[in-house]
Design a protein around this ligand. Sequence first.
Ligand code: ATP
Length: 535
Amino acid sequence: MEMEKLVSLCKRRGFLFQSSEIYGGINGFWDYGPLGVELKRNIKDAWWRDMVTGHDDLDTLPGAPSPFEMTGLDCTIIMHPQVWKCSGHYDLFHDYMVDCRESKGRYRYDQIKGRWVEAKGKKIFATAGSNSETPEVDIERQALKFFGMRSKNADELKWDGPLTSLTTLDSFEEVLAPDAKSLGTLTEPREFNLMFKTTIGALGGEADTAFLRPETAQGIFVNFKNVVDSSRVRVPFGIAQVGKSFRNEITPRNFTFRSREFEQMEIEFFCHPDSSQKWYMYWRDRRYKWYQEMGLDEKKLILREHTPEELAHYSIGTADIEYAFPFLPEGEYGELEGIAHRGDFDLRSHMEGKLDPDTKPMTVELNEDGKPKHRGSGKDLSYRDDITGERFVPHVIEPSAGADRATLAFLCEAYTEDEAPDDKGNMQTRVVMKFHPRIAPVKASIFPLVKKDGMPEMAKDIYRSLKKDWNVFYDEKGAVGRRYRRQDEAGTPFCITVDGQSMQDQTVTIRHRDTLEQWRVKADDLTSELRKLIG
Ligand code: ATP
C-alpha cells in the first residue's frame, strides 16, 4: 500500500487533519476528524476494557504467575518539576542533533545514514536524512550530483562499506549533508532536551519553570502510595493511565508516527522482586497477542528483545512490539509499544532521588550544609505485605503503548483495495477499511432501499433503536451501491438495508463489509445479531 493513498483517504474521509491547517499547519501536531476520533477512542476503550475493567482478578490468567488486580488513574500533565529531576528526564531525556550550515536543515544525529563513496580521486560520505524512504537510492543520486556525473555512469562510483549511521564517524569534514551541495557543512552534535517548558504563574522566573509531561508513567509512580492506601489493591497489581504526553521531537515525521503531542496508554505493574522476571514475560507476551487479536497481521508484527547495549541504564529487560509500517524501508519495523522491566528504579528514585554527581541540579538550591537540596521526595514508597509481613520496594513492569501509533498501525492494516460489484453488477475496484468490528468508527449503517413506501420510516426506527448501543449511521442519499462504497471507506463492518420485502415480513438484509455476503434477519433480532457480530 502506498502511504499517500492512506494519507489522502484520512483527510478526505475525516480520520486525520493537519493541526491548524488553515494557517498552514504546524509541524508534528495532528487533529482527529469525525471518523478518527471514534477510531482512536475505540482503541483506547478496548485497551482499557481488556487491561483494566474487564480484567478477571479472581483466577490466574493463562501464562500469569498468580492472580492480580488492575486499577486506573488520571493524573495532571504538569507536575512538580522535581518529578522530572528524579525520573531522570531533566538530565537525560535528550536527543543529539546536528545542523547544516548550508541548507539550515536540522537533523537527529542518529538518524542520518550514509555510505562512503569514491569517484574522480575523492572519497566522501554521502548521506540521506531520516525522511528518506529509499536511502540507498537517494545517497546514490546525491553522490552523482556531487561528482557531476550522469546516472548512466553510476557504476563508476566506488562504494566502500555498507549503509551506516553518522554516529560511527569521528569527523564530519568529508560528509555531504542530506540537503547540501558542499562537504563539511554539519555542526558538531548538540544536546537537545525533548521536554516542553512552560511557566507557572504570572511572575515567571526561572524557579517557576515547569514541564509538560513527556510520559504518563511518572504520575503513576508518584501516586503509588496513594493508591495502595486508598484502595484494597495488594501487590501484584497494575495501575493504568491513558493521556496526553508531549515531546519536542527534532524531526517529527511519518504522519502521526512521531508527533510532538500524542497519547499514551501505560501500565505500571508492581510486583515482588522474586517474581518480576516472570511478570515481565507475561506482559510482553500478553501485549503482543493483544495487537493480533485486534486485527494486526502476525506477519507484520514482531516482538524484539533489546540487546544489552540498547537497554536503558536501569532496565533489566526490555522488548518492543514493532510493526512493519508501509512508510518504512522493506524489512524495517517501527515501535508500537515497549515493555520494560524497570526493577525498583522509579520508586527508589522518588524516595531517595539518586542524584548522579555528574548531572546538573535543576536549579541550584543548596541546603545549609552546602549539599544540593533536590533529592527524592523523602517519602517511604516501600510496600508491606500484610499477610507475610515482608517489607520491600516493588519491582515494576511497564507496558507503554502509544494510542496514536496504534491507531496509525490499525489504519495501515485496514487499508485494502479489492473488487466489488457496482449497482449494475459490474466489478469495480473499491477501497475498503477492514477494521476489526470492535474498533470500527461506525458499527452499522442503515439504508432504506428507496425513499418511499414506508422504508425510510422503518429504517429510522431501526437506526434509533441501534443507536442506544452503538455508533450507527443513517443514509438515504443516492444509489445503494454508492452508499455501500461510502461505508466501505469508513470501515463500517455492517450495512443494514430495508427493502420492499421488509414491509411484508419485517426482515432486513445485513451486508458484510469484507465478504460482501448478504443475509436476512428479523428487524427485532438486529440488536442480538449485531452483538454477536461485533463481539
Ligand atoms: P521512539 O524510540 O520511537 O522515540 P521511545 O522508545 O522513546 O520511542 P517510549 O518512551 O518507550 O518511546 O514511549 C512509549 C510509547 O509511546 C512508544 O512505544 C510509542 O508508541 C509512543 N510514543 C513515543 N514517542 C512518540 C511520538 N513522538 N509520537 C507518537 N507516539 C510516541
